[in-house]
Ligand binder design. Structure first.
Ligand SMILES: [Cu+2]
Length: 294
């Protein structure tokens, strides 16, 4: 853990992140840790703080701070470019949380970029990239998640400091609670409009962790079974029990007891019933709900 803050290790992480490979990140980090004490080994970083699920927020912030420093930009600006580079990775919602938590002055300075990206045409990151439209469109479209992260950051500003464009955005906040001891959410069904900006807040007063995934219509059992299978191996915890499937559309990572998880996303364009599910092993059969897009 201590190692992650040193220049050598941050360097290794940065190089690895450019290669967009978590495995490479961990290999690179391992090879660069010869100076680590044996005490630090058991406490070693478990993955790439800019890509992987099971990484402490402090480590993500440390890595982003190093990038910002070396590029002489704000942490907000560094975080936004990592969100764009990460797109479908397991760290993206945490990175969006970090972006929204940056000082108002930094978010204000970044606001024109945030607005531009929020208003860019949409690239559906759930589709095969080879089927993306023309080259031009690819250069000027943001993924749905990047757009949501930009809107979230703008709405983190006090209302009177938001750019005027934000007045046209109408985020819908859906609040729910993990009912203690019941393996259920209350409420567990929501209705939103296609393409609306949605913020789900899950309060967790339960004694155990829960996550929440938004999945493709009809995929509840497939994702649930895959999550239970993931739970049998060490990789499951590393992925926070999120199956690697294109049918997983949005991810709110594991939310600790007595905390509130937050996930902003753009609702699917297609109407339908999208399962909400907690994929902590054994939870999915009871802990599921519905996001109705209509
Ligand atoms: Cu759960």
């Amino acid at each position: 853990m201590k190692c992650i803050h040193c220049a050598l290790c941050i360097g290794a992480i940065l190089i690895a992140s450019k290669h967009s490979s978590a495995q490479h990140a961990s290999e690179t980090a391992n090879h660069s840790h010869e100076h680590a004490t044996s005490a630090a080994v058991s406490d070693a970083p478990k993955g790439n703080p800019l890509r992987d699920a099971e990484v402490a927020q402090t480590e993500r912030v440390a890595a982003l701070t190093a990038i910002a420093k070396s590029a002489s930009i704000s942490i907000a600006a560094a975080t936004l470019s990592e969100i764009e580079a990460c797109d479908a990775c397991l760290a993206r919602n945490d990175l969006a949380t970090i972006l929204a938590a940056q000082p108002a002055a930094d978010l204000k300075a970044l606001a024109p970029t945030l607005v531009r990206k929020a208003n860019e045409s949409t690239k559906d990151s759930t589709k095969d990239s080879t089927k993306d439209s023309t080259k031009d469109a690819a250069n000027t479209s943001a993924s749905r998640f990047v757009k949501a992260a930009c809107v979230r950051a703008i709405f983190a500003l006090p209302e009177n400091e938001r750019p005027t464009e934000a007045a046209a955005w109408k985020p819908v906040t859906l609040k729910t609670t993990a009912v203690p001891g019941k393996m259920s959410w209350d409420p567990k069904e929501f209705i939103v409009s296609p393409n609306s900006i949605v913020a789900i807040e899950m309060n967790n007063p339960d004694s155990m962790q829960h996550n929440m995934l938004v999945c493709s219509p009809g995929s509840l059992s497939e994702i649930g079974v895959a999550a239970d299978k993931l739970g049998e191996g060490a990789i499951g915890k590393q992925r926070q029990y999120v199956p690697d499937s294109p049918k997983v559309l949005e991810i709110m990572g594991l939310t600790a007891p007595n905390t509130t998880g937050v996930l902003w996303f753009i609702a699917p364009a297609k109407t339908g019933t999208y399962p909400l599910v907690c994929t902590y092993p054994g939870h999915w059969r009871m802990m599921n709900g519905k996001l109705k897009v209509q």
